[in-house]
Design a protein around this ligand. Structure first.
Ligand code: SF4
Length: 81
């Protein structure tokens, strides 16, 4: 499973950080940080989600109020949102 984080859209409410350890706070920037994320596009980061963390990563995507986080299965099909 893959997670995609649109840092530009993020408004720094940090609900995602509470749901999954794959996100951290950048209080100075007012943005989340996708740990181990690779920049795929300008201000868009992607990372592989470990199998045992998939549920938490999906919750992180669900709670984001601005849909800055998307989750895809291994076939590239979007699962959340
Ligand atoms: S929940 Fe969404 S808006 Fe809030 S910090 Fe996480 S990615 Fe950014």
């Amino acid at each position: 499973m893959q997670i995609e984080f649109d840092r530009d859209t993020c408004i720094g409410m940090f609900q995602c950080v509470a749901e999954w350890d794959g996100f951290e706070k950048d209080e100075d920037a007012g943005k989340a940080v996708l740990l181990d994320g690779e920049e795929a596009d300008s201000d868009t980061f992607v990372a592989e989600v470990p199998t045992d963390e998939e549920l938490d990563a999906k919750f992180a995507a669900r709670v984001c109020p601005v849909d800055a986080i998307s989750v895809y299965d291994d076939d590239g099909e979007r699962l959340v949102p």
